[in-house]
Structures are given as structure tokens and as C-alpha cells.
Design a protein around this ligand. Structure first.
Ligand SMILES: [Fe+2]
Length: 374
């Protein structure tokens, strides 16, 4: 029986909590390929969504994922197939890893994205979408989502859209005629409280929120790679962020995730071995070129083309070292989420300061994957 007393947990004098990170883990190219082949060969499910979510051994339901709060799902469509339309309040980053296809998304207008291998796209929350395999081979993607976080919050909302639903061009509708137009944030009371910036505002501010348009965006690899170093020593950037302006200062490809493309051409210099760095955001690396190894909290993980790694669990020291063939990788981190929560804590030098990025002066000097500023 629930009593008032057994709802109380006495934490008087408790020690400061410490992060309890999951261990790093690698899913190999062979394992991903085998799962793509298995999904492709299985009977098509009724909703057309052939998919396997990769679940870390430390994951606990609700919210099974590859990292706490982040899922990576292998999604497959055979030639000619399409998924049933749906929308959800999770958002996605899609990376093409085999074949090609089309993503149709209902935003303000219809967005049609033809996703080739190593192209990246985002799907904003609550915009209907359909995937179609428009090619003649199996289409496989890595689909990153914040669904596990929403599941932990018991707040993952999703709905199937009617059969035959297609995104269509919208016409601007009138504002609701139910509520008097007077009750908007523009006319609501808004009073200064004291002199330090505190305010007292009408409830309209909570429910008539400034809209920031959120679009499905496409970063074709053919275009992205032109802005990255081409040959060793050419001075080109070796890491760049795929930026979605809807995320503003949080620098994401979605409101949860940053995505970076790293490319170090063959023959690029190799990093001297040393200490790593750590941060509260988790990093997931998909390696598409080269090979090398990561030192993560005293554990060495080797990697090569096609491997997917939880390469930086929250607050575990890590450093990455590529071989002579260079490196190509997409990194996804839940960095924008942490900026929004003021929880992006970063320690660049193991004997250096612990910084809260976004709330105080940040880390300067980076232009490559920890080649400078480290
Ligand atoms: Fe890192």
C-alpha cells in the first residue's frame, strides 16, 4: 500500500551524485550488413517499416537505445517499397549507408529529399513523412532519434497517418476563431519584477509561443565533401558541422543532435598519443573511411570503414587516432540538447578547468578533430 512515508527518500547529507556512464561499444560493418540483409529478406511488415533498433546492453526500458536518450535504428526498404506515413514528436537524423531513396516530409511545404549514400537529412518533429526506395537495390539508413529520451519521459507521441496520405502544399489557415484575438502574447501583461530581469507574464506567453520554422534539410555528401580537406596538407577543414538554422545558438542538425562530418585525407598527419577529453554529451561515430582506434576510459576500440561506435559515453575520457589512410566519419552528439538544458559540461584537459559551454567562455582553437586546442 502506498503511504506518505514510503514516498519519501531521505537524501539528507547524501554525497554529490556521480555520472554513471555506459561502456563504449562497437557495432561492426559486418554486423550492420548482416542485419540489413536479414531485414531485407524478411516478409515486409504491414506498415512497410523494416527496422532494427540497436540496443546497448546497459539500456533499460522504457527508452531502449544505443546511448541513453539516443537510438540508432537500421532502417531498410527493398526496391519499390515505401513506408506507411506517420509523424511523431521525436526527430530524426538520417544517414544513407546503402542504396538510395526518397524522403517526403510535410513541413510548411512539401520537402522531397533524394538521399544518396552518405547523404544526411533531418526530419523535424511532428511533420508527416514517408520513405520510398526509388532505386533498384536495397536502401539502408542509420536513423538517429531522441525517441529513447521521450520514452523515458513517457512522452513519445506518434501517430499513423491515413493510408494514402501524401504531403501536400499548405495554404495558410486563419488563426482560431474560438479564442478572442486579444489573448495573444503580443497583448498579454508583462511586468518587470525587481531590477535584475525577472518578469511576470501572462499565461499567453506559455501557449502562444514564438514559432521557429523547422525544415527537413538535406546535406548531400557530394556537396559537403567539397568544403572539407581534399588532399593531405591542403589546409582545408577536416571537421565541419551540419547546421540547421532552426537550432540557432545550439548549433544542431536537429534540436537534439549535432552532426559533424570529419574527413582526414590519406597521408594526413597522425595525432601524437596523449590524454583525451570528456564531455557530458554522448558521441556516436559512424566511420565511412579509414581505420584507427579510440582510447575510451582505458579501453582500446579499433574501428574501420562501416563501423558504428558509441565512442564517447557521457563524461568518459576519450581520444581517437586514425591510421595512415586517414579518416571519414559522421559524429552525432546530443550536444544541442545539453546546451538547451545548460548541462553541457566540458573538460578539454584532464588537469584543466571544467567548463559549462554556452554559459561561460568556451573552448577555443578547434578547427579539426582535436588537432588544435588540445
Ligand atoms: Fe569528444
Amino acid at each position: 500500500m502506498t503511504t506518505f512515508q514510503n514516498l519519501m527518500l531521505d537524501v539528507s547529507g547524501a554525497a554529490a551524485p556521480a555520472p554513471a556512464p555506459w561502456r563504449p561499444i562497437k557495432i561492426t560493418r559486418a554486423e550492420i550488413d548482416a542485419e540489413i540483409d536479414r531485414l531485407s529478406a524478411a516478409p515486409a511488415p504491414a506498415n512497410g517499416r523494416r527496422a532494427s533498433r540497436i540496443v546497448h546492453p546497459s539500456a533499460v526500458a522504457p527508452g531502449l537505445g544505443f546511448a541513453p536518450g539516443v537510438s540508432v535504428t537500421i532502417e531498410v526498404l527493398d526496391p519499390g517499397e515505401r513506408t506507411a506515413p506517420m509523424r511523431e514528436n521525436a526527430h530524426r537524423v538520417e544517414i544513407g549507408i546503402r542504396g538510395s531513396g526518397r524522403i517526403s516530409v510535410q513541413g510548411r511545404d512539401v520537402r522531397e529529399i533524394d538521399l544518396a549514400r552518405l547523404d544526411v537529412a533531418n526530419i523535424p518533429a511532428m511533420q508527416g513523412f514517408v520513405f520510398r526506395n526509388t532505386g533498384d537495390e536495397v536502401w539502408a539508413r542509420l536513423s538517429y532519434s531522441n525517441a529513447p529520451l521521450l520514452e523515458k519521459l513517457t512522452a513519445h507521441y506518434a501517430e499513423d497517418l491515413p493510408e494514402g496520405w501524401e504531403p501536400r502544399r499548405r495554404t495558410a489557415g486563419p488563426r482560431s476563431t474560438e479564442a478572442p484575438a486579444a489573448y495573444t502574447r503580443g497583448t498579454a501583461p508583462d511586468h518587470a519584477i525587481g531590477t535584475d530581469g525577472a518578469r511576470l507574464r501572462g499565461y499567453e506567453f506559455l501557449v502562444d509561443i514564438e514559432v521557429v520554422e523547422s525544415l527537413a534539410l538535406h546535406w548531400p555528401w557530394e556537396e559537403v565533401r567539397r568544403h572539407l580537406s581534399r588532399t593531405a596538407g591542403d589546409g582545408g577543414r577536416t571537421i565541419m558541422a551540419l547546421y540547421n538554422p532552426a537550432t540557432r545558438r545550439r548549433q544542431g542538425a536537429t534540436h537534439n543532435f549535432f552532426v559533424t562530418a570529419s574527413y582526414l585525407p590519406p597521408g594526413s598527419g597522425q595525432r601524437p598519443r596523449g590524454r583525451g577529453h570528456k564531455h557530458t554529451s554522448v558521441a556516436i561515430n559512424y566511420h565511412f573511411a579509414g581505420h584507427g582506434e579510440s582510447e575510451v576510459d582505458g579501453e582500446t576500440l579499433t574501428w574501420e570503414e562501416g563501423d558504428l561506435l558509441l565512442s564517447a559515453p557521457s563524461w568518459l575520457e576519450h581520444a581517437h587516432y586514425q591510421g595512415a589512410e586517414g579518416l571519414g566519419a559522421f559524429t552525432v552528439q546530443d550536444h544541442p540538447l545539453h546546451i538547451g538544458m545548460e548541462s553541457l559540461v566540458w573538460q578539454e584537459e584532464m588537469d584543466g578547468p571544467v567548463l559549462t559551454l554556452g554559459s561561460e567562455d568556451g573552448q577555443t582553437g578547434y578547427v579539426g578533430p582535436r588537432e588544435a586546442g588540445s
